[in-house]
Ligand binder design. Structure first.
Ligand code: FES
Length: 66
């Protein structure tokens, strides 16, 4: 699904950029170009960044199963 129509950036591309190290909104913009035109997608991109980073942190904190 497209999050940023202006730059044709999908949710998958945003999640990949976060997995590859984007840690803040400015990183996400620089890596994908999202929210660099009209800005209508900024709220959704920020929401996705926050939830994805939170998921990564929780997964990293889980103990490894024996
Ligand atoms: S929809 Fe993303 S900058 Fe316009």
């Amino acid at each position: 699904m497209y999050v940023c129509i202006c730059k044709a950036v999908t949710e998958h591309e945003l999640r990949r950029a976060i997995a590859q190290g984007a840690e803040c909104f400015e990183d996400l913009q620089a890596r994908t170009g999202c929210a660099t035109c009209c800005g209508c997608c900024e709220d959704e991109a920020r929401r996705l960044l926050g939830t994805t980073l939170e998921t990564q942190r929780r997964e990293a904190a889980l103990p490894i199963a024996a």
